[in-house]
Ligand binder design. Structure first.
Ligand code: SAJ
Length: 447
C-alpha cells in the first residue's frame, strides 16, 4: 500500500504540494479549515490561479489519490503548509503570528502515531520548528528522532511558476536529527529534480528568510535609485541597464513598492529574531514600505488644479499575472491618494483579481473620464491595450507607469504623457507641460 500524506492547509503552497505528491504515488488527504475550499478541491477544481495546478488537482481527484477534508486523519507523513502572518503593530514594527501553526499541530496531535514524519513547510522565524512542533510532540510523550521525526522543508517556489519550480528548484531540508532529515529528503526525492541540501532546522529556517530578505534589500536599493533619479532627472532604467553590464552587478527593478505574502513579511521575522543586528534589513524594509506614499504624492501633484479628479488604477495584484492581492502596494497607493486634500475618485480594473478591499470595475468603466491612469501591476494584458482606444475615453491623457511596463513610444504617439517609475521627469513638470499643451489646443480650436 502507498504511503499516506496529510497536508495541512490547501493554499498557494499546500494545494500544489498535495496535488504533486498525489501524482507521484502517494495517497494524499488535503486538509483545510475552509469547507468551500474542501468542496472545490473534491470536485477537481481550484480556488487559486496558478498555471498547471488544475491539471494535477483534477488528475489526483480522478485517480482517487487525492481527497480533501476539514479534519486530518491518521497518516504516515504530515506536512504543515499554513499561513504564518506577520502582524503590523506599527508602521515600523511587526510581529510573527504562529497561531495557524499551533492550530494545525493541535489538530494533528490526536491522530499522530509512532513512526510518523512531521514537516513544517510554512516560512517561519528561526526556532519555530523546535518551539511549535518539537515541544508539543515531546509534551505528548514522543521522542524525536527515534519514535517520531520532524523536519523543516521551506517552500521556495515563485507564484506564477509554482508547479515548475516545485520540481526543478533545489530543496533545503532541515532535520531535528540526521535521521529526520534523511526521511524528509527521501520523501521529496519522489518528485524534486533539483539538488536536496540537508542541514538542521534552524539553519533551514534562516536560509529561507534570507533568500527573501536578500531580494527585499536589493529591491530597496533599486527603489532608492529611482527616487535619486527623480531628483537628478536621470532615467533609472538606463542607469540600471548600463550598470548591469558589469559582470558583478545586478541591480533589481524599482516598482510601486513590494507586495505579496513573503517579501514584505519575512525580513520582519529576521528582525524579530535579532533586533540589534538588523539595521540594514530594517532600513531596506522601511524604504520599500515608503514607496507607495511617495508615488501617491507624485500622482496627486499631477492632479493639482483639477476639480474632482478621477484616477484609473490598473492592477491590484501584488505582481504581474497572479490573482493574489495580499500586501499589495496598490492598496497603500489608493489609501494615500484618498488621504490627500484633493482626493480623487478612484476606479480599479484588474483582469486577474476576484476579491479586493475596494470594488473592481470593467476596463471601460475604470478609464472613462479618468484624469490619470496608474499602472500598479505588471499584468501582461496591460501591455497589449490600445492607447488610441483609451485616449477616446479619458479626460486627461496622463499615465503613471509604475512598473515601467508600457511601450512608451506607442503611448506617447497616442497622445499620452507617460511618467515611468524613476524616469527622471518630475510629475509636476509633466503635468504643467500637459496643461500647457491642452490649453494651447483648446485655444487653437476656439480661434
Ligand atoms: N519586485 C520589485 N522589483 C524586483 C522584483 C520584485 O519591485 O526587481 C516586487 C514585485 O513586484 C512584488 C514583490 O517584489 O511586489 C515580490 O515579488 P517576487 O517576484 O520577488 O517574489 P514573490 O513574493 O512572488 O516570491 C518570493 C520568491 N523568493 C525569491 O525569489 C527569493 C519565491 O521563490 C518564494 O518561494 C516566495 O517569495 C515565498 O513564498 O517565500
Amino acid at each position: 500500500m502507498s504511503k499516506k500524506i496529510c497536508v495541512m492547509g490547501l493554499g498557494y503552497i499546500g494545494l500544489p504540494t498535495a496535488s504533486m505528491f498525489s501524482n507521484h504515488g502517494f495517497q494524499v488527504l488535503g486538509v483545510d479549515v475552509n469547507p468551500n475550499i474542501v468542496e472545490t478541491v473534491n470536485s477537481g477544481q481550484i480556488h487559486i490561479e496558478e498555471p498547471g495546478l488544475r491539471t494535477l488537482v483534477t488528475a489526483g481527484i480522478n485517480s482517487g489519490q487525492l481527497r480533501a477534508s476539514t479534519a486530518p486523519e491518521p497518516a504516515d507523513v504530515f506536512i504543515i503548509a499554513v499561513p504564518t502572518p506577520c502582524r503590523a503593530l506599527r508602521e515600523d514594527h511587526r510581529e510573527s503570528d504562529l497561531s495557524f501553526v499551533e492550530a494545525a499541530m493541535n489538530a494533528i496531535l490526536p491522530v499522530l502515531a509512532k513512526g510518523n514524519l512531521i514537516i513544517l513547510e510554512s516560512t517561519s522565524p528561526p526556532g519555530t520548528t523546535k518551539k511549535m512542533i518539537v515541544v508539543p510532540l515531546q509534551e505528548a510523550g514522543f521522542t524525536i528522532g527515534t519514535d517520531i521525526f520532524v523536519a523543516h522543508c521551506p517552500e521556495r517556489v515563485l507564484p506564477g511558476y509554482i508547479m515548475r519550480e516545485l520540481t526543478q528548484n533545489d530543496r533545503v531540508i532541515g532535520g531535528i536529527t540526521s535521521l529526520c532529515a534523511k526521511l524528509a529528503a527521501d520523501l521529496y526525492r519522489s518528485f524534486v529534480e533539483g539538488a536536496i541540501h540537508v542541514t538542521n532546522a534552524t539553519t533551514a529556517e534562516l536560509v529561507k528568510l534570507m533568500e527573501n530578505t536578500y531580494r527585499d534589500v536589493n529591491i530597496a536599493l533599486a527603489n532608492e535609485l529611482a527616487n535619486i533619479c527623480d531628483h537628478l532627472q536621470v532615467d533609472a532604467s538606463r542607469v540600471i541597464e548600463l550598470a548591469n553590464c558589469h559582470p558583478r552587478v545586478n541591480i533589481h527593478s524599482p516598482g510601486p513598492g513590494v507586495g505579496g505574502h513573503c517579501l514584505p513579511l519575512d525580513p520582519w521575522f529576521v528582525i524579530e529574531s535579532a533586533p540589534k543586528s538588523t539595521t540594514l534589513i530594517r532600513t531596506a524594509r522601511l524604504l520599500n514600505q515608503s514607496v507607495p506614499a511617495y508615488l501617491a504624492d507624485r500622482i496627486n501633484s499631477a492632479l493639482h488644479g483639477i476639480t474632482q479628479p478621477k484616477v484609473a488604477i490598473f492592477g491590484v495584484a501584488y505582481k504581474g499575472n497572479v490573482d493574489d492581492a495580499r500586501e499589495t502596494p496598490a492598496s497603500d497607493i489608493i489609501r494615500h491618494l484618498y488621504a490627500h486634500k484633493n482626493a480623487p475618485k478612484i476606479n480599479i480594473y484588474d483582469p486577474h483579481v476576484r476579491h479586493f478591499e475596494h470594488d473592481l470595475s470593467s476596463l471601460e468603466e475604470t478609464v472613462t473620464g479618468a484624469d490619470a491612469i496608474v499602472v500598479t501591476t505588471a499584468h501582461s494584458e496591460f501591455k497589449y491595450l490600445d492607447p488610441l482606444e483609451l485616449k477616446k475615453l479619458v479626460r486627461k491623457s496622463i499615465v503613471f507607469d509604475l512598473c515601467n511596463l508600457l511601450d512608451r513610444a506607442k503611448w506617447t504617439n497616442a497622445g499620452f504623457t507617460v511618467i515611468g517609475r524613476g524616469d527622471g521627469t518630475p510629475a509636476e513638470k509633466r503635468a504643467l507641460e500637459l496643461a500647457q499643451s491642452t490649453s494651447k489646443r483648446t485655444s487653437q480650436v476656439a480661434s
